[in-house]
Ligand binder design. Sequence first.
Ligand SMILES: [Zn+2]
Length: 127
Amino acid sequence: MTSQALAAMRAAAAATHPREACGILLGEGGRIISARPTRNVHPTPETRFEIDPQALIDAHRAARAGGLEVVGYFHSHPAGAAAPSATDRAMAAGDGRIWAIIAGGNVTFWRDGEQGFAPLSFARIDS
Ligand SMILES: [Zn+2]
């Protein structure tokens, strides 16, 4: 986790409020290096999010070309808690990627595993 990634997620959440912000977490070896905000293309962005599919395609293509891996996703809860919602649990792929959720300035991290979301500790900030 880098302070840049944290700052980018908080800035995206503030800029899109009261709609949900979303984006892609890039890194290597499961470590988050960068957070890249994308458009939220969901038709009801006040309560839902859908990462711009073209941005995801571009990120995976860049990773295959030797760039940073897609290690996860982030989104904000403009009116909710910094924890996975029922909607998030329904959307989860169980693919082991990291989900970061921003609410009220707090950022929490979760592993989207086969058994559901498990909280992750990212107390250490590498600047
Ligand atoms: Zn959510």
